[in-house]
Design a binder for this molecule. Sequence first.
Ligand code: ADP
Length: 242
Amino acid sequence: MNEKISLFKENGKRIDDRAPDELRPIKIKVGVLSNAQGSAYIEQGKNKILAAVYGPKEALPKHISLPDRCILRCRYHMAPFSTPERKSPAPSRREIELSMIIRNALESLVMTSLFPRTVIDIFIEVLQADGGTRCAGLTAAVLALADAGIPLRGLTAACAVGKADGKVIVDLNDLEDKYGEADMPIAYNPTLDGITLLQMDGIMSKEEIEQALSLAITATQKIHKIQVEALKDRFSVTKREV
Ligand code: ADP
Protein backbone atom coordinates (compact mmCIF):
# COMPACT_ATOMS: atom_id res chain seq x y z
CA MET A 1 0.00 0.00 0.00
CA ASN A 2 1.25 3.53 -0.79
CA GLU A 3 2.12 5.89 2.07
CA LYS A 4 -0.49 8.60 2.76
CA ILE A 5 -0.13 12.06 1.24
CA SER A 6 -2.61 14.89 1.47
CA LEU A 7 -4.49 15.36 -1.83
CA PHE A 8 -6.52 18.40 -0.71
CA LYS A 9 -5.26 21.82 0.35
CA GLU A 10 -6.64 23.76 3.32
CA ASN A 11 -8.68 25.93 0.93
CA GLY A 12 -10.61 22.83 -0.22
CA LYS A 13 -8.86 22.67 -3.62
CA ARG A 14 -7.00 19.70 -5.01
CA ILE A 15 -3.19 19.61 -5.34
CA ASP A 16 -3.42 21.09 -8.84
CA ASP A 17 -5.88 23.76 -7.60
CA ARG A 18 -8.98 22.13 -9.06
CA ALA A 19 -12.40 21.81 -7.45
CA PRO A 20 -13.48 18.19 -6.78
CA ASP A 21 -15.72 18.13 -9.88
CA GLU A 22 -13.35 20.07 -12.18
CA LEU A 23 -11.75 18.59 -15.28
CA ARG A 24 -8.15 19.34 -16.22
CA PRO A 25 -7.76 21.73 -19.20
CA ILE A 26 -8.41 19.81 -22.44
CA LYS A 27 -7.09 20.65 -25.92
CA ILE A 28 -7.92 18.47 -28.90
CA LYS A 29 -6.82 18.67 -32.52
CA VAL A 30 -8.21 16.35 -35.19
CA GLY A 31 -6.31 15.42 -38.39
CA VAL A 32 -2.73 15.82 -37.19
CA LEU A 33 -1.01 13.00 -39.13
CA SER A 34 -0.92 12.88 -42.91
CA ASN A 35 -0.11 9.16 -43.30
CA ALA A 36 -2.90 7.74 -41.15
CA GLN A 37 -6.45 7.79 -42.52
CA GLY A 38 -7.70 9.42 -39.34
CA SER A 39 -5.90 10.97 -36.40
CA ALA A 40 -6.32 13.12 -33.31
CA TYR A 41 -4.13 14.61 -30.60
CA ILE A 42 -5.30 15.32 -27.07
CA GLU A 43 -3.79 17.16 -24.14
CA GLN A 44 -5.65 16.66 -20.89
CA GLY A 45 -3.67 18.28 -18.10
CA LYS A 46 -0.15 16.92 -18.53
CA ASN A 47 -1.29 13.95 -20.63
CA LYS A 48 -0.25 14.15 -24.29
CA ILE A 49 -1.68 11.43 -26.50
CA LEU A 50 -1.89 10.68 -30.21
CA ALA A 51 -4.48 8.42 -31.82
CA ALA A 52 -4.33 7.10 -35.40
CA VAL A 53 -6.70 4.96 -37.44
CA TYR A 54 -6.26 2.84 -40.59
CA GLY A 55 -9.17 1.19 -42.38
CA PRO A 56 -11.60 -0.31 -42.98
CA LYS A 57 -9.27 -2.48 -45.06
CA GLU A 58 -9.30 -6.14 -46.13
CA ALA A 59 -8.86 -8.38 -43.08
CA LEU A 60 -5.72 -10.46 -43.60
CA PRO A 61 -4.98 -13.27 -43.03
CA LYS A 62 -8.45 -14.14 -44.32
CA HIS A 63 -9.29 -16.54 -41.49
CA ILE A 64 -9.52 -13.58 -39.05
CA SER A 65 -12.22 -11.90 -41.15
CA LEU A 66 -15.91 -12.04 -40.18
CA PRO A 67 -18.59 -12.43 -42.89
CA ASP A 68 -21.03 -9.97 -41.30
CA ARG A 69 -18.89 -7.23 -39.86
CA CYS A 70 -15.60 -5.47 -39.51
CA ILE A 71 -13.07 -6.35 -36.78
CA LEU A 72 -11.61 -3.65 -34.57
CA ARG A 73 -7.99 -3.97 -33.51
CA CYS A 74 -6.57 -1.61 -30.94
CA ARG A 75 -3.09 -0.96 -29.62
CA TYR A 76 -2.71 1.26 -26.54
CA HIS A 77 0.97 1.96 -25.93
CA MET A 78 3.00 4.23 -23.68
CA ALA A 79 6.16 5.63 -25.28
CA PRO A 80 9.41 4.93 -23.36
CA PHE A 81 9.68 8.68 -22.68
CA SER A 82 6.10 9.07 -21.43
CA THR A 83 6.93 8.51 -17.76
CA PRO A 84 9.54 10.06 -15.39
CA GLU A 85 11.59 6.81 -15.52
CA ARG A 86 12.18 5.31 -18.96
CA LYS A 87 9.49 2.71 -19.59
CA SER A 88 10.25 -0.47 -21.49
CA PRO A 89 8.99 -0.10 -25.07
CA ALA A 90 7.76 -3.72 -25.00
CA PRO A 91 3.99 -3.97 -24.45
CA SER A 92 3.27 -4.71 -20.77
CA ARG A 93 0.34 -6.78 -19.44
CA ARG A 94 -1.31 -3.49 -18.48
CA GLU A 95 -1.03 -2.15 -22.04
CA ILE A 96 -2.38 -5.39 -23.52
CA GLU A 97 -5.34 -5.26 -21.14
CA LEU A 98 -6.02 -1.57 -21.82
CA SER A 99 -5.88 -2.23 -25.59
CA MET A 100 -8.60 -4.84 -25.11
CA ILE A 101 -10.89 -2.76 -22.91
CA ILE A 102 -10.61 0.26 -25.23
CA ARG A 103 -11.42 -1.94 -28.22
CA ASN A 104 -14.44 -3.35 -26.37
CA ALA A 105 -15.59 0.17 -25.49
CA LEU A 106 -15.46 1.14 -29.19
CA GLU A 107 -17.30 -1.95 -30.53
CA SER A 108 -20.80 -0.56 -30.02
CA LEU A 109 -19.78 2.86 -31.37
CA VAL A 110 -18.52 1.79 -34.80
CA MET A 111 -21.12 0.63 -37.37
CA THR A 112 -19.13 -2.55 -37.97
CA SER A 113 -21.87 -4.34 -39.97
CA LEU A 114 -21.39 -1.84 -42.82
CA PHE A 115 -17.91 -3.24 -43.53
CA PRO A 116 -17.95 -7.06 -43.59
CA ARG A 117 -14.62 -8.93 -43.94
CA THR A 118 -12.57 -5.86 -43.06
CA VAL A 119 -10.46 -4.61 -40.19
CA ILE A 120 -9.96 -1.21 -38.60
CA ASP A 121 -6.68 -0.60 -36.78
CA ILE A 122 -6.68 1.91 -33.93
CA PHE A 123 -3.40 3.07 -32.41
CA ILE A 124 -3.15 5.06 -29.19
CA GLU A 125 0.31 6.33 -28.38
CA VAL A 126 0.80 7.99 -25.00
CA LEU A 127 3.59 10.56 -25.37
CA GLN A 128 3.34 11.90 -21.83
CA ALA A 129 1.35 10.26 -19.01
CA ASP A 130 -0.18 11.82 -15.91
CA GLY A 131 -3.12 9.62 -14.93
CA GLY A 132 -6.27 8.90 -16.93
CA THR A 133 -4.48 7.96 -20.14
CA ARG A 134 -6.90 5.13 -21.09
CA CYS A 135 -9.76 7.64 -20.94
CA ALA A 136 -8.02 10.48 -22.78
CA GLY A 137 -6.68 7.96 -25.33
CA LEU A 138 -10.21 6.65 -25.93
CA THR A 139 -11.59 10.19 -26.32
CA ALA A 140 -8.93 10.85 -28.99
CA ALA A 141 -9.39 7.46 -30.71
CA VAL A 142 -13.09 8.21 -31.24
CA LEU A 143 -12.12 11.41 -33.06
CA ALA A 144 -9.50 9.61 -35.14
CA LEU A 145 -12.26 7.17 -36.22
CA ALA A 146 -14.53 10.09 -37.15
CA ASP A 147 -11.63 11.76 -38.98
CA ALA A 148 -11.16 8.56 -41.02
CA GLY A 149 -14.79 8.93 -42.15
CA ILE A 150 -15.94 5.79 -40.36
CA PRO A 151 -19.69 5.85 -39.56
CA LEU A 152 -20.21 6.04 -35.79
CA ARG A 153 -23.21 6.02 -33.45
CA GLY A 154 -22.42 9.43 -31.97
CA LEU A 155 -19.19 10.16 -30.09
CA THR A 156 -18.01 8.40 -26.94
CA ALA A 157 -16.05 10.41 -24.37
CA ALA A 158 -14.21 9.04 -21.37
CA CYS A 159 -13.11 10.29 -17.98
CA ALA A 160 -12.07 8.75 -14.67
CA VAL A 161 -13.82 9.57 -11.42
CA GLY A 162 -12.74 8.39 -8.00
CA LYS A 163 -12.12 9.26 -4.40
CA ALA A 164 -9.31 11.11 -2.65
CA ASP A 165 -9.11 12.16 1.01
CA GLY A 166 -12.70 10.97 1.45
CA LYS A 167 -14.11 13.15 -1.36
CA VAL A 168 -15.47 12.05 -4.72
CA ILE A 169 -13.40 13.66 -7.50
CA VAL A 170 -13.35 13.93 -11.29
CA ASP A 171 -10.48 13.37 -13.75
CA LEU A 172 -7.77 12.03 -11.44
CA ASN A 173 -4.16 12.98 -12.12
CA ASP A 174 -1.30 10.55 -11.53
CA LEU A 175 -0.86 11.43 -7.81
CA GLU A 176 -4.59 11.19 -7.14
CA ASP A 177 -4.67 7.88 -9.00
CA LYS A 178 -1.75 6.51 -6.95
CA TYR A 179 -2.55 7.91 -3.51
CA GLY A 180 -6.36 8.23 -3.66
CA GLU A 181 -8.82 5.67 -2.31
CA ALA A 182 -10.50 4.77 -5.61
CA ASP A 183 -10.27 5.22 -9.38
CA MET A 184 -13.20 4.49 -11.72
CA PRO A 185 -12.58 5.08 -15.47
CA ILE A 186 -15.82 5.51 -17.42
CA ALA A 187 -16.67 5.92 -21.12
CA TYR A 188 -20.10 7.34 -21.91
CA ASN A 189 -21.89 7.88 -25.21
CA PRO A 190 -24.53 10.64 -24.90
CA THR A 191 -26.19 9.63 -28.20
CA LEU A 192 -26.77 6.04 -27.06
CA ASP A 193 -27.07 7.15 -23.42
CA GLY A 194 -24.86 4.19 -22.65
CA ILE A 195 -21.74 3.43 -20.63
CA THR A 196 -19.30 1.35 -22.69
CA LEU A 197 -16.41 1.16 -20.23
CA LEU A 198 -16.54 1.00 -16.47
CA GLN A 199 -13.67 -0.22 -14.34
CA MET A 200 -12.94 0.29 -10.70
CA ASP A 201 -9.86 0.12 -8.54
CA GLY A 202 -10.27 0.78 -4.79
CA ILE A 203 -13.25 1.06 -2.51
CA MET A 204 -16.25 3.41 -2.54
CA SER A 205 -19.62 3.14 -0.81
CA LYS A 206 -22.82 2.66 -2.85
CA GLU A 207 -23.68 6.36 -2.33
CA GLU A 208 -20.19 7.43 -3.44
CA ILE A 209 -20.41 5.26 -6.56
CA GLU A 210 -23.77 6.85 -7.42
CA GLN A 211 -22.31 10.33 -6.91
CA ALA A 212 -19.21 9.39 -8.95
CA LEU A 213 -21.34 8.01 -11.79
CA SER A 214 -23.38 11.18 -11.96
CA LEU A 215 -20.20 13.33 -11.98
CA ALA A 216 -18.74 11.10 -14.70
CA ILE A 217 -21.79 11.60 -16.93
CA THR A 218 -21.54 15.39 -16.50
CA ALA A 219 -17.77 15.34 -17.14
CA THR A 220 -18.04 13.18 -20.27
CA GLN A 221 -20.82 15.43 -21.60
CA LYS A 222 -18.40 18.38 -21.25
CA ILE A 223 -15.68 16.40 -23.04
CA HIS A 224 -18.21 15.46 -25.73
CA LYS A 225 -18.78 19.17 -26.44
CA ILE A 226 -15.00 19.67 -26.83
CA GLN A 227 -14.92 16.67 -29.21
CA VAL A 228 -17.67 18.21 -31.35
CA GLU A 229 -15.82 21.56 -31.49
CA ALA A 230 -12.56 19.80 -32.47
CA LEU A 231 -14.35 18.00 -35.32
CA LYS A 232 -15.92 21.25 -36.51
CA ASP A 233 -12.46 22.87 -36.53
CA ARG A 234 -11.09 19.95 -38.50
CA PHE A 235 -13.70 20.11 -41.21
CA SER A 236 -13.87 23.88 -41.45
CA VAL A 237 -10.46 23.80 -43.21
CA THR A 238 -10.31 22.44 -46.73
CA LYS A 239 -7.03 20.56 -46.51
CA ARG A 240 -4.88 18.94 -43.86
CA GLU A 241 -2.23 21.14 -42.34
CA VAL A 242 0.49 18.47 -42.41
P1 ADP B 1 -4.57 5.39 -16.57
O1 ADP B 1 -3.45 6.16 -17.25
O2 ADP B 1 -5.66 5.05 -17.49
O3 ADP B 1 -5.05 6.10 -15.32
P2 ADP B 1 -3.34 3.51 -14.73
O4 ADP B 1 -4.31 3.78 -13.64
O5 ADP B 1 -2.86 2.10 -14.92
O6 ADP B 1 -3.95 3.99 -16.14
O7 ADP B 1 -2.04 4.42 -14.57
C1 ADP B 1 -2.11 5.66 -13.94
C2 ADP B 1 -0.89 6.44 -14.26
O8 ADP B 1 0.25 5.78 -13.74
C3 ADP B 1 -0.58 6.60 -15.75
O9 ADP B 1 -1.38 7.59 -16.39
C4 ADP B 1 0.87 7.00 -15.68
O10 ADP B 1 1.00 8.37 -15.34
C5 ADP B 1 1.36 6.12 -14.55
N1 ADP B 1 1.96 4.89 -15.09
C6 ADP B 1 1.34 3.84 -15.64
N2 ADP B 1 2.22 2.91 -16.05
C7 ADP B 1 3.45 3.38 -15.73
C8 ADP B 1 4.78 2.88 -15.88
N3 ADP B 1 5.04 1.71 -16.44
N4 ADP B 1 5.78 3.66 -15.41
C9 ADP B 1 5.54 4.85 -14.82
N5 ADP B 1 4.31 5.38 -14.67
C10 ADP B 1 3.27 4.66 -15.10
